[in-house]
Design a protein around this ligand. Structure first.
Ligand SMILES: *[C@@H]1O[C@H](CO)[C@@H](O)[C@H](O)[C@H]1NC(C)=O
Ligand SMILES: *[C@@H]1O[C@H](CO)[C@@H](O)[C@H](O)[C@H]1NC(C)=O
Ligand SMILES: *[C@@H]1O[C@H](CO)[C@@H](O)[C@H](O)[C@H]1NC(C)=O
Ligand SMILES: *[C@@H]1O[C@H](CO)[C@@H](O)[C@H](O)[C@H]1NC(C)=O
Ligand SMILES: *[C@@H]1O[C@H](CO)[C@@H](O)[C@H](O)[C@H]1NC(C)=O
Ligand SMILES: CC(=O)N[C@H]1CO[C@H](CO)[C@@H](O)[C@@H]1O
Length: 494
């Protein structure tokens, strides 16, 4: 994605799922690109191989979007690599950073959808047999093959290609530039996690640091509330109280470790959202939606007139419910597993939860646990989160298979040991994902741009008049570097 809604990583997928009950991630199917006024914005399909690593000649249609409004012949081609959400036409509109870059350089904008997300559906359904073809390895070959194949169709014989991506899409962009330096002259990787890790306990450590940076009493209150909640759950008689306090749709189901972890995680999500997006607007189905900010949640957590920390924790949860217009909060692990076990496209529509969970269980891990002592939440151990892998995809997906998968992923891509060149890495200090990304300039042609006080993918988000000076300067720095690299690439070719 480009850090759009359904966004990366489990927490947010889960968040989507919980926002308005268990079916909310089943977006309405809306294939259309906005009409008329957007005559430069088009949608098209590219014939892609199902399996790049065998002789199998099966093809499928991969969706891509194009904006040629600013394109002048010979100008650069910006290829945004979408991650784990449907490719969103709003990302090709004015005031999105990379589109602005293209405008300034006479560039073409292409946005390629990732296989198995959105409308790019290589197989009849998403059963585990077919999900074998869902991997970052295949996705990288899709992009390279697209790059080689589209040249003729679009008449792009003499252009320099620049990759752009945010979050998982940013990882793909960095890996592509490293693997195919001849196809792409540079890459811009925003908030890109490059290292796979089963137990991503650092995520909640950054949540603690970010909350504390706003008000040191905030994570303390969260810690007290979360511990109190876990304790209360051990008394079945008090479950009804929890259900009333948190406006749950049903009594808490916390018999197994997985159920309990799922339940406690559900109530921790608003804090993860606040830290990850901190007030940023995101594009959600064509509309701007404001995400929570750290001040939203911390002002409640530190307001003693709202009662004990436990009661303030409930107040945060109820505030989110109200924002989302949900009558009650669904925290049922069983219905979560049931939703994610559905394999037909008709059920999944534009949802990403099943696909991304598969990639988490099979390639990246990145489970956000409470393993660390330096974080404020309780009761979300790795074992509790991992159970979903086998519950959803079958017993062959377990902690042993994940450990092997994570190792293989890091071996294939080199983790934080980046060997490529001309890749810009950006990270925001508030963003928990920076832990797994490149946060310091490795060498001149692998620069890192750090954005103080910023959240996930702030730099390639929508540009708004409220943007901090930090973000504006970071964008300008990125632009200058890309411009220099383009000039160098042109000089080399000639
Ligand atoms: C998955 O679906 C395919 C059809 O696309 C079918 O051939 C295959 O047997 C199914 N696999 C399982 C495990 O149900
Ligand atoms: C939470 O704070 C209250 C009041 O300060 C205290 O009595 C209680 O023991 C704390 N609970 C936990 C689980 O830390
Ligand atoms: C604390 O909450 C009360 C009750 O909602 C509200 O009136 C008050 O303004 C809040 N105080 C702060 C400092 O936000
Ligand atoms: C990266 O390099 C370090 C130090 O050379 C090494 O210890 C580590 O295993 C490498 N990681 C990967 C994933 O290759
Ligand atoms: C783009 O940003 C500029 C400056 O912030 C603003 O004046 C303009 O209305 C924005 N355009 C769109 C289409 O949002
Ligand atoms: C390039 C850079 O400075 N990156 C930063 C990313 O975030 C961490 C944590 O805030 C900083 O320490 C890094 O310096």
């Amino acid at each position: 994605m480009m850090c759009a809604p359904g966004w990366l990583l489990r927490s947010l997928l889960l968040l989507l799922l919980l926002c308005s009950g268990t079916r909310s991630f089943l977006h309405r199917r809306s294939r259309s690109v906005p009409p008329s006024s957007q005559k430069h914005l088009t949608e098209d399909w590219f014939q892609q191989k199902l399996d790049h690593f065998s002789d199998d000649q099966t093809l499928w249609s991969q969706r891509y979007l194009k904006n040629d409004e600013f394109f002048t012949p010979g100008g650069p081609v910006f290829l945004m690599v979408e991650g784990e959400v449907a490719a969103n036409p709003d990302l090709l509109k004015p005031n999105i950073t990379w589109v602005n870059f293209a405008r300034r350089l006479g560039g073409l904008c292409l946005l390629l959808e990732h296989r198995f997300y959105g409308f790019s559906r290589p197989t009849e359904n998403l059963n585990t047999t077919n999900l074998r073809y869902l991997s970052s390895r295949q996705a990288l070959e899709d992009v390279a093959n697209f790059r080689r194949g589209i040249v003729e169709k679009l008449g792009l014989f003499n252009n320099k290609w620049i990759l752009v991506g945010g979050s998982y899409g940013g990882s793909l962009a960095a890996w592509l530039r490293t693997k195919y330096p001849d196809l792409f002259v540079a890459a811009l990787a925003s908030s890109a996690p490059l290292k796979a890790k089963a137990d991503f306990y650092e995520f909640l450590e950054v949540v603690q640091t970010s909350l504390a940076a706003y008000n040191s009493d905030c994570p303390k209150a969260v810690k007290n509330a979360s511990a109190t909640l876990e304790e209360i759950l051990s008394y079945p008689d008090l479950h009804i109280k929890v259900a009333i306090d948190f406006n749950l749709c049903k009594l808490p189901q916390v018999d197994s470790e997985a159920e309990k972890a799922f339940f406690l995680e559900s109530l921790a999500l608003p804090f993860m959202e606040a830290v990850q997006f901190n007030n940023r607007f995101i594009l959600s189905q064509g509309n701007l939606a404001k995400r929570l900010s750290v001040s939203d949640v911390c002002n409640i957590m530190t307001n003693e007139s709202l009662g004990w920390p436990y009661e303030r924790y409930a107040a945060v949860s109820n505030m989110v419910l109200k924002r989302d217009g949900s009558p009650c909060l669904s925290t049922s692990y069983k219905s979560y597993v049931r939703s994610l076990s559905m394999t037909s496209w008709r059920n999944i529509q534009l949802g990403s939860a099943r696909q991304w969970t598969y990639q988490s269980c099979n390639e990246f891990g990145l489970f956000q646990t409470t393993t660390s002592n330096n974080q404020p939440f309780s009761g979300i151990p790795l074992s509790g989160l991992l159970e979903q892998c086998s519950d959803i995809f079958g017993p062959e997906f377990n902690s042993a298979s994940l450990a092997a998968a994570v190792e293989a992923t890091n071996e294939a891509y080199g983790g934080l040991n980046v060997t490529g060149s001309k890749i810009i890495f950006t990270n925001g200090s508030l963003d928990p994902w920076h832990i797994l990304g490149i946060t310091e300039t490795i060498k001149e042609d692998l620069p890192a741009i750090f954005i103080e006080g910023e959240s996930h993918c702030a730099d390639i988000y929508l540009e708004t008049p409220q943007d901090s000076l930090q973000v504006i300067q970071a964008r300008e720095k990125m632009f200058k570097i890309l411009e220099t690299w383009l000039i160098e690439a042109t000089a080399q070719r000639n």
